[in-house]
Design a protein around this ligand. Structure first.
Ligand code: NAD
Length: 340
């Protein structure tokens, strides 16, 4: 463990409900005596003038220096000439893998109980290389880029994650039946990496077969690794299986840092109303604590979240309750102190 260590985390509270759910995380961390201090940077499309960089060098350097960042949702106005903020962060921080563990919450009723899935998504290339052009009017080409380097990096991460987290199987999800060369390279590399992890079972599955398997029997899968676009879709599908984006944590792994984030948006309809559910951002921050080897702190907080959700007395509106963000946060803190 990292007992005795102290960490500084760069915090991007974000827009809309971002500041409210970020405050909830900070309050819970303080109550749990988590050895983390915060370096807050306001980055927001809403506050930046056109033409200026969305994320300052200082904010990026802060994450790289601290090694850890926590990011609330940020508004991305369509068609205002800004490059997507998430894409900028991904590129500048070399965030090569997006990891989403989707584990059922006790007491949150969904079509399946006991869902326990992890998606590992390649985060830098594939269909999202951003290389599109008009060949002649009415004809557009979009390039899907798959490299050995990026495939290997994400495959190694998936297997290492499986190994570290005592998971039994990694499934490489692909469409190499059609994308013979690109997805073909992706699974070729996954297969090579699998040989370095003989204690982890390895299989390959077509993306369409995987989609059907996930909705028919989610227990069929364990850890999944896949190119960017498939990962974007499958990770949201998995989030839906456990109750939606308001609950699902997400972590982006970089070459020299980790950026934890909520995957839902800024929820403008309830922003500033003390109604937001902070669970997704909190669960993301627990992924970060585990990465810091502060698993005992993460476990304490997670047990309290589960207990509060299971009890069902304090739930935010998205889960059918009437609790405010601050009531729900306080209920988690009360559970922690009751059990210590
Ligand atoms: P959204 O996720 O903000 O909202 C969809 C619905 O879910 C809304 O009804 C909202 O109230 C609810 N919701 C979302 N998170 C919630 C939470 N934590 N607690 C309770 N309810 C919650 O999606 P949207 O409306 O499509 O997008 C709004 C803005 O957010 C847009 O500007 C979009 O670009 C941006 N966005 C940002 C990110 C990100 O930064 N990662 C992701 C998605 C969308």
């Amino acid at each position: 463990t990292a007992a005795g260590k102290h960490f500084t985390v760069t915090l991007f509270p974000g827009d809309g409900i971002g500041p409210e759910i970020s405050a909830a995380v900070q309050t819970v961390f303080a109550a749990a005596d988590v050895p983390v201090s915060w370096e807050t940077h306001e980055i927001s499309v809403e506050k930046v003038k056109p033409g200026q960089p969305l994320v300052s060098r200082g904010a990026l350097d802060s994450v790289l220096r601290n090694g850890f960042g926590l990011k609330g949702p940020m508004a991305t106005p369509v068609g205002k000439g800004h490059k997507s903020l998430n894409l900028t962060l991904r590129k500048e921080l070399a965030l090569y893998a997006n990891v989403r563990p989707c584990v059922s919450f006790p007491g949150v009723k969904t079509p399946y109980d006991g869902v326990d899935l992890v998606t590992v998504r390649e985060n830098t290339e594939g269909e999202y290389s951003g290389l599109e052009h008009v060949v002649v009017p009415g004809v557009v080409e979009s390039l899907k880029v798959i490299t050995r380097t990026a495939s290997q990096r994400v495959a190694e991460y998936a297997f290492k994650y499986a190994s570290d987290n005592k998971r039994s199987r990694v499934t490489a999800v692909h469409k190499a039946s059609v994308m013979k060369k690109s997805d073909g390279l992706f699974i070729e590399v996954c297969r090579e990496v699998s040989e370095l992890f003989p204690h982890i079972e390895y299989e390959e599955m077509l993306i369409d077969t995987c989609a059907s398997a996930l909705v028919m029997d989610p227990s069929r899968l364990d850890v999944m690794v896949m190119p960017n676009l498939y990962g974007d879709i499958v990770s949201d599908l998995c989030a839906g299986l456990i109750g939606g984006l308001g609950l699902t944590p997400s972590g982006n792994m970089g070459a020299s840092c980790m950026l934890a984030e909520a995957v839902h948006g800024t929820a403008p309809d309830i922003a500033g109303m003390n109604k937001a559910n902070p669970t997704a951002l909190l669960m993301s921050s627990l992924m970060m604590l585990r990465h810091m080897k502060l698993a005992d702190k993460a476990d304490t907080i997670e047990r309290a979240v589960h207990a509060v959700l299971k009890e069902g007395k304090y739930r935010t509106g998205d889960l059918g309750g009437t609790a405010t963000t601050t009531d729900y946060t306080q209920a988690i803190i009360d559970k922690m102190s009751a059990s210590s």
